[in-house]
Design a protein around this ligand. Structure first.
Ligand code: AKG
Ligand code: FE2
Length: 268
């Protein structure tokens, strides 16, 4: 894995709110990631039904993707991948953070005929507000216009707001534009990547994904990072219960057991 970043990659991330890195994983690393994540998803899906959206199993949103969260906690093979300090350093460098914790991991499998992922912004739903929130989305399959590649509104991270819900489960692909009429002129940019690519995504950039119009799943594995100085805003979101119960609004979110510190400039 080549985890060096060029100045132009950092500039591009800061301008657009996302950065695609082709061949982040080489062929043998990709095989390892696929095997570890397939196994963890299979175990999780067969052991319970928590991967489905329970609010309304028939709703549109439950057919956007199969989601499994925090596979690093249940599967050692995933833990090794998710706790990678070099990936954490890349995230910190792009975001301009002094260090990052792993907030959670997230397998995102768009099954054949899955619905599109509506345009949304991630960070308003998180337990901390920060323009330095960042996610790494790793393509485990080629991600194409046909099977549900990601789309971005480049530069939207500059004007997105945390007081507007980034809620994913709304009715229409473009409902977010009603909240941000100034984005109506931004051409959505599809980002097709080959399996093994990684896309770093700002928590503040508007993004979406197409439907899966193929007979094969579109698998991705996402790592969500929080800056090491992130403070709690009262949202539980994907925070583990014991962490949530201890936190007061305004506290720095630091828990080495549940939210491991992957990289900190001070500890190099
Ligand atoms: O994989 C997708 O379709 C979208 C994922 C996404 O937007 C997210 O995890 O925040
Ligand atoms: Fe998202």
């Amino acid at each position: 894995m080549d985890t060096t970043l060029t100045t132009s990659q950092i500039t591009s991330y800061r301008q657009n709110g996302y950065l695609a890195i082709e061949n982040l994983l080489d062929a043998s690393e990709l095989a390892t990631w696929r095997q570890a994540i397939d196994r963890a998803v299979d175990d999780t899906v067969s052991s319970n039904d928590s991967h489905h959206n329970q609010r309304d199993p028939d709703a549109y949103y439950s057919r956007v993707f199969v989601q499994c969260v925090n596979l690093w906690k249940t599967h050692d093979a995933v833990r090794e991948l998710a706790l990678d300090a070099n990936l954490g350093r890349m995230a910190a460098e792009l975001a301009g953070a002094t260090g990052v914790r792993l907030y959670h991991d997230h397998a995102l499998v768009k099954a054949p005929w899955a619905n599109p992922t509506n345009f949304h912004v991630d960070n308003p739903m998180d337990p901390f507000y920060s323009p330095q929130s960042i996610m790494l989305w790793v393509a485990l399959d080629d991600s194409t216009l046909q099977n549900g590649c990601l789309y971005f509104l480049p530069g939207s991270h500059e004007s997105s707001r945390t007081d507007i819900s980034g809620e994913l489960g709304r009715a229409g692909i473009g409902d977010l534009i009603e909240d941000y009429p100034e984005w109506a002129g931004i051409e959505p940019q599809p980002v097709e990547v080959a399996a093994g690519a990684g896309i770093f995504i700002s928590g503040m950039v508007a993004h979406a994904a197409g439907p899966n119009m193929t007979l094969a799943p579109r698998r991705a594995f996402a790592l969500l990072y929080m800056p090491e100085d992130a403070t709690f805003n009262g949202n539980k979101s994907a925070l583990p219960d014991p962490v949530y119960q201890r936190l007061q609004v305004g506290d720095v979110i630091a828990d080495d057991e549940h939210l491991p510190l992957l990289y900190s400039r001070g500890h190099e």
